[in-house]
Design a protein around this ligand. Structure first.
Ligand SMILES: [Zn+2]
Length: 638
């Protein structure tokens, strides 16, 4: 009665002996004849014996041949059933152990543990079966040969509570010894603590306890103190990250000073102190951050980068955190950039463009069938947020969008996003070659940095794609000039670039403590405001209150300068006109509202202050009158 291996898998567990017999048949370890013989012998025996045990005694195959077959077959045989088949325990003993497990131990103990505790099997034999027949890794932890770096990470109280000991790291997996390698809690706990994938290995109770004991005494009184600090540091990291997420901070600074460490948050572009901690705790804290971000914990003399993924227990949000470790005279400074995956995705209608600019940007730039749309500004000008709003606007069922970013900052459903990784040679050029073969309608290039990426953007537009990208320049005309300086032909620029949007973020007047502000003569002169402009303006400043932490500002607003390349502007570029001329033509003939004009218009509505306008915006030429700006931007009156 030969059976196929599929039939084996479907058999009930009660037939473990038959299942193994079929496995042996299909591996040619026994013949049909031998199996029949074994069954006959077994039936004649005075004492009941398992089929497998009978065959072993008849010496049809060796123990090691059996081990090999069982290990490779990966049958889902339960440990207890296997032990009965192997003749290590009787079926009555198995029944008894299962009853103890259920009724006495409340299912809190594993079967193997109960069998050993009640002396039904020796521990060493149990380990043999688990390792040799069920294929678990078998490692006895030798404390002295354990990787020191692992001991730095392993937190003794957790190892003791869950009963495990890290042994070695190979590739990205840490081998962790325990007495119950099938235990999910141990696996999860070890993975969390070691911040790594984990392979659980079986070891004896004795060697585990010995290793843990040596770990405890190797630490001595100094380490017991440092263990306290470690657990404090763990808590502090959690508490700090949660507070930062709750306050929508963009960055967290951990700054060592001569006597203490200062922790500061950046919210709405302003830094403020969250708390101070002792230098002793600071050392543990930095170590904890390094572990979490997979940086090298032993390296304390070089700058390092890392990243981690943090799940906020309060909201369930997943936050990507980029970590930078910088060596300062007082020790390591850590700076964490919080990259929120979803919530900061702004609708293009609410990024803060004036009605006229928004309409032109949507219909003449984003909805153009092909061509390059550039968003420019310095670091921290909000251009990435606007870029994502554009992607969000174009993201629908009949558009294919693909990105190459450095790195992906927000994950958007429905968009194929890729983080460039120069470390493994996944460069811009390489990625772009593959991108165009993905049949995209819209290509998003995180940033134009050099001639190569500029050329790539232009080439993609020439082949009929819509290209969105950012560029690190002062203003819109500056973006065009930089392209020319990167040796991109003027006819290529004028035939592919659809529009350039320049952006800045300005601090917003705190609505809780704002008061009327009359511009000083110096402010009037420096902004180019005229006295008749004051009639249609309501300038404000914040006096400072609890809510704005006495800064007078709360939140931020964006100001924009949109250049659409119409015929006149294209002609000016083709003729390589000076930037002054291109700017004048854009303002006079193409409806350009400058950053300064948009800023003044927003200040006139009390959204930001004249001081912010002066501090943040380029002043290339005198602005038009407020009345004129309001007319062309169709902004609401004050
Ligand atoms: Zn205030």
């Amino acid at each position: 009665m030969p059976t196929t291996s599929t039939a084996v898998a479907a058999k009930p567990i009660a037939d473990t002996g038959e299942a193994i017999a079929s496995l042996l048949l299909s591996n040619n370890l026994i013949t049909d004849k031998q199996l029949l013989h074994a069954r006959r012998v077994r039936a004649k025996l005075a004492q009941t014996k398992s089929l497998l045990n009978t065959m072993l005694e008849l010496e049809f195959f060796s123990q090691s041949q059996l081990n090999e077959v069982l290990k490779n077959a990966k049958l889902s045989i339960r440990l207890g059933d296997l032990l009965v088949e192997l003749g290590d325990i009787s079926s009555q003993e198995l029944e008894m152990a299962i009853r103890i497990q259920r009724e006495v131990a409340n299912n809190q103990k594993k079967l193997g543990e109960i069998l050993v505790e009640h002396r039904m099997i020796r521990e060493q034999r149990l380990i043999d079966v688990l390792a040799n027949q069920l294929g678990y890794l078998h490692v006895e932890p030798e404390f002295n040969s354990i990787d020191k770096a692992l001991l730095d990470i392993a937190y003794l109280p957790v190892c003791e509570q869950y009963g495990f000991m890290p042994v070695r790291r190979s590739d990205n997996v840490v081998v962790v010894a325990c007495t119950d390698p099938n235990n999910r809690d141990i696996r999860l706990r070890a993975q969390g603590l070691l911040n790594s994938n984990v392979e659980l290995a079986i070891c004896s109770q004795f060697s585990l306890q010995t290793a843990l004991h040596k770990f405890r005494s190797s630490s001595g009184p100094r380490a017991i103190k440092s263990n306290n600090e470690d657990s404090l540091a763990m808590k502090l990291v959690d508490e700090t990250l949660q507070a930062a997420i709750g306050m929508k901070a963009s960055d967290i600074h951990f700054e060592p000073h001569s006597t203490k460490m200062r922790i500061r948050f950046r919210t709405d572009s302003m830094l403020w102190q969250f708390k101070e901690i002792s230098n002793e705790l600071a050392v543990s804290l930095i170590a904890r951050l390094k572990i979490l971000s997979k940086a090298n914990i032993a390296e304390r003399r070089r700058h390092q980068d890392g990243k981690l993924e943090y799940t906020d227990p309060n909201s369930g949000q997943i936050i990507d955190v980029r970590c930078s470790f910088y060596i300062s005279v007082h020790g390591e400074k850590a700076c964490l950039r919080l990259l929120n995956r979803r919530t900061e995705l702004l609708n293009i209608d609410s990024v803060g463009m004036s009605p006229a600019v928004l309409e032109r940007f949507k219909y003449e730039a984003l909805e153009a069938p092909s061509g390059v749309v550039m968003i420019t500004g310095p670091t921290g000008s909000g251009k990435t947020t606007t870029l994502y709003s554009c992607v969000d606007y174009l993201n629908n069922d009949d558009t294919s969008i693909i990105t190459a970013e450095e790195p992906v900052e927000y994950v958007i459903d429905g968009v194929t996003q890729c983080s460039l990784n120069p470390k493994i040679d996944m460069t811009f050029a390489e990625t772009l070659r593959h991108m165009v073969r993905q049949d995209p309608d819209v290509i998003v290039l995180g940033e134009i940095r050099d001639h190569e990426s500029a050329e790539a953007a232009i080439q993609s537009a020439l082949t009929g794609h819509k290209v969105l990208t950012t560029f690190h320049t002062e203003d819109t005309i500056g973006g065009l000039l930089r392209l020319m300086n990167m040796n991109i032909e003027t006819f290529l620029i004028s035939s592919t670039v659809v529009s350039v949007l320049a952006q800045r973020l300005l601090k917003k007047v705190c609505p809780y403590c704002s008061t009327v502000h009359r511009p000083t003569p110096l402010e009037m002169q420096r902004t180019g405001l005229r006295s008749e402009d004051l009639r249609m303006a309501n300038f404000l400043v914040g006096k400072g209150c609890e809510t704005c932490k006495f800064t007078g500002y709360f939140g931020r607003i964006s100001v924009f300068e949109l250049l659409v390349l119409d015929e006149k502007v294209k002609e000016a570029i083709l003729n390589r006109k000076a930037s002054y001329d291109i700017r004048r033509i854009s303002i006079e003939c193409s409806g350009l509202i400058t950053l300064l004009e948009d800023g003044l218009e927003k200040a006139s509505r009390g959204l930001t202050t004249i001081a912010e306008v002066l501090r943040m915006l380029p002043r290339n030429e005198k602005p038009r009158s407020l009345a004129e700006i309001k007319r062309v931007s169709r902004s609401p009156d004050v």
